[in-house]
Design a protein around this ligand. Structure first.
Ligand code: ZN
Ligand code: ZN
Length: 226
């Protein structure tokens, strides 16, 4: 009853184009800029047209492989932003399901799925940890236990930093909880893969807490950025 009233007053709108109806209309679902893992860079998940990926060349990663569901462009970019910045938590299962779609051949591999922890300031600002929310959704869909062994110390907003600054800032800020031990094979999930610096820092933290191998899956790949 309350839900029906809320729907009447504030109708659910498409995360891609604002059309009233569902969280994602058929037209926007159709034009999602999806990446085919078969033709993407195996190291960073970027769509690539050559054997040498311009996005991750010369960048060392502590995770062994990465897959990204789509390119960070509309309507996917809008879905990611609504989930993270506008607190539209109902989008978590939809975003997690896009990540699930690129896990072909990997589903039997992980012992656990782990989200990149949000900073305390971000959790306070948004009212929830979007990384943990996505990981819980993906874990539920894939039948993989979701774990939260990492924490994020206060840090600068990554978006204002250069590539090198991001790496240093991220590496300092993500650490395992004291005394935590994580399983051997961890699938690390984030909503956006930009330079990979944050994911690399989270993977390092997992390896320091007992993981043997970390693979990455991200909902969206920001390409050609700093
Ligand atoms: Zn739409
Ligand atoms: Zn690459």
């Amino acid at each position: 009853m309350l839900e029906a009233l809320a729907e009447l007053l504030f109708p659910t709108r498409c995360a891609g184009c604002d059309l009233p109806g569902g969280l994602l209309c058929a037209a926007c679902a159709e034009r999602l800029p999806l990446i085919d893992p078969a033709t993407a860079c195996p190291r960073c998940g970027a769509p690539t047209v050559s054997a040498c990926c311009v996005e991750c060349a010369d960048v060392p990663f502590t995770f062994t492989a990465a897959r990204c569901a789509g390119v960070l462009e509309p309507p996917l970019s809008r879905m990611v932003a609504l989930h993270k910045d506008a607190g539209e938590r109902r989008l978590a299962p939809a975003l997690a399901s896009l990540a699930l779609d690129v896990l072909s051949g990997w589903l039997e591999w992980p012992d656990a799925v782990c989200g990149v922890p949000a900073s305390p300031a971000a959790v306070l600002h948004r009212g929830f940890d979007h990384g943990a929310s996505l990981a819980a959704s993906l874990g539920g869909l894939a039948g993989i236990p979701a774990i939260e062994p990492l924490r994020c110390r206060p840090r600068l907003d990554q978006r204002a930093l250069t590539r090198e600054q991001r790496r240093a800032n991220a590496a300092r800020s993500i650490v395992p909880h004291a005394g935590v031990h994580v399983p051997a094979r961890v699938l690390l999930l984030d909503d956006v893969f930009t330079t990979g610096a944050t994911l690399d820092a989270a993977a390092s933290a997992l390896l320091s807490a007992g993981a043997v191998e970390v693979r990455v899956v991200a909902v969206a790949r920001a390409c050609g950025g700093g």
